[in-house]
Design a protein around this ligand. Structure first.
Ligand SMILES: [Zn+2]
Length: 247
């Protein structure tokens, strides 16, 4: 009996020491991460502790659906190129992204409604902070020019996202700003059923010589993507989900 109590005491003593050591380790870790100047190891630990805001990027159309087409140029190819460049730019700034598609392959059947529903489903189940869809525009009269941004403007955060992107893209020398369009005047599935602040950017018109020439050049696509990424980054900061010191 006494032997058993002695052993219990020893186990209790051992547990106390382990707990104390754990507390010391946690305190040292916190001190290392938060009090000492930032260093590569503390950055890695901070990255692990701090959850980064995720952004859903949606390249319009894809696979069976080419989108609009003009002089042999397919919308789906331009939207994919720009969307991937936005993603690369955000990742370079340490902002993680997820794509509804990152190649010409789509994971859903060749059905337009199901296609849109899948994109919304990816967004609504992603746990992300923002959704950005990228398209190019077309008119029946073939005389359109410039970019426009569609958004549910009744939602304050969504409107701010649209404004932040517009403010950056408009600084590009080539492009006409057609403004922010209220999604409610012409409901768009990927915005209408989206639970995140969501915008759809019509990057330009394939039928416009100026727009099309611009949108087909890789270096211009990168320029365009950087401005979109700036607008996204500023919105994440406005929302308070991204620290101001993120590169
Ligand atoms: Zn489109």
């Amino acid at each position: 009996m006494r032997k058993k109590r002695k052993r219990n005491n020893r186990i209790q003593h051992l547990l106390k020491i382990i707990c104390l050591e754990l507390v010391v380790i946690v305190l040292l870790l916190l001190c290392f991460v938060y009090i000492l100047p930032r260093n590569p190891v503390s950055e890695i630990i901070l990255d692990f502790i701090e959850e980064k805001p995720l952004v859903v990027l949606d390249a319009g159309h894809g696979g069976y659906d080419v989108g609009s087409e003009f002089n042999g140029v397919y919308e789906k190819n331009i939207t994919l190129e720009i969307t991937k460049k936005v993603g690369e730019e955000l990742e370079r700034r340490d902002i993680p992204v997820t794509y509804t598609r990152d190649s010409d392959h789509v994971d859903w059947p060749s059905d337009e409604l199901q296609d849109l529903e899948e994109r919304v489903h990816i967004s609504n189940t992603s746990g992300a902070s923002l959704f950005i869809s990228i398209h190019t525009n077309a008119t029946e009269t073939k005389d359109g020019q410039g970019f426009e941004i569609w958004a549910k403007t009744s939602d304050e955060q969504t409107e701010k996202l649209a404004e932040n992107i517009e403010q950056e893209v408009v600084t590009l020398p080539y492009i006409t700003d057609r403004g922010i369009k209220d999604e409610q005047t012409s409901p768009l599935h990927v915005l209408h059923y989206n639970e995140l602040p969501a915008v759809l950017i019509e990057a330009g018109f394939l039928e416009s010589k100026e727009d099309c020439e611009y949108l087909l050049v890789e270096e211009k696509q990168t320029e365009f993507a950087k401005e979109i990424a700036d607008g996204i980054e500023n919105t994440l900061k406005d929302m308070g989900v991204l620290q101001d010191d993120v590169k």
